[in-house]
Design a protein around this ligand. Structure first.
Ligand code: C5P
Length: 236
């Protein structure tokens, strides 16, 4: 895992924007406040590897959040390509199962990319889980998927703040927990369901916090990012 030297290194800004120009504006505005920028499905579909280069050229780390979910050969090749791009973090779905996760771990060997397995999306609540036939207890589902991923050789997980403590108990201190669903007190939840404050998430055991709308949509994004870094620092 890339080194986490201070509170700033633990804040990940989601670049969920429709163009490379908007991403560039955010990276320029917030490059001094956050340690990692997340390139997700929208930006990667529009801009591709240029979005990763934009982040690296600014001296920040890049989290490529593609949430890969496919057969082992296809996921393995995609992980290899992301490793060659030099991304620092990359997501695959834990629901890919052991064979695919093992292929992903093998493809990442020898590179600087930390693989993270997505357990249960933080937008899913009891009703959503029931609708797709999963156990409605999200903590049980996350713990089960987390074990599958870690036993297949994946060094990190994406989970909600509320699952950090049980995952740390199950899987130990070395696992990297990348945690979205973070909302400073008073911020709008939007479509997120299993949410907590930055202070709560870090004290429950999160390694890094992914924040998008509460920073991007703030009247003063720099002040919003600084307030979250302060909260992380207080919780460490
Ligand atoms: O705007 P908001 O803070 O809700 O953004 C959260 C980010 O984290 C989004 O880019 C979303 O794709 C990502 N994410 C998530 N839940 C997961 C995995 C990733 O919300 N389980």
């Amino acid at each position: 895992m890339s080194e986490l030297r201070n509170a700033r290194d633990r804040l990940v800004l989601a670049l969920d924007v429709p163009s490379l120009d908007e991403a560039r504006r955010l990276v320029e505005e917030l490059g001094a406040e956050v340690g990692v920028f997340k390139v997700g499905l929208q930006l990667f579909t529009v801009a591709g590897p240029a979005a990763v280069r934009l982040v690296h050229d600014a001296g920040a780390r890049c989290f490529l959040d593609l949430k890969l979910h496919d057969i082992p050969a296809t996921v393995g090749h995609a992980v290899h390509a992301a490793k060659d791009l030099g991304v620092d973090y990359l997501t695959v779905h834990a629901a890919n199962g052991p064979a695919c996760l093992g292929a992903a771990a093998k493809a990442a060997e020898g590179g600087a990319t930390t693989l993270l397995a997505v357990t249960v999306l933080t937008s899913m609540d009891t009703g959503e889980l029931a609708a797709i036939g999963m156990e409605s207890d999200s903590e049980a589902a996350v713990r089960r998927l987390g074990k599958v991923a870690v036993h297949a050789g994946i060094p990190g997980l994406v989970c909600s703040p509320w699952e950090c403590a049980p995952l740390r108990r199950d899987l130990g201190e070395d696992i990297c927990l990348m945690v979205p669903g973070v909302r400073p007190a008073g911020a709008a939840a939007g479509d997120q369901r299993r949410i907590a404050t930055p202070h709560q998430a870090i004290s429950y055991g999160a390694s890094l916090l992914v924040v998008g709308r509460p920073i991007r949509n703030a009247a003063d994004p720099v002040a919003a990012a600084r307030a979250i870094v302060r909260e992380i620092d207080e919780a460490l």
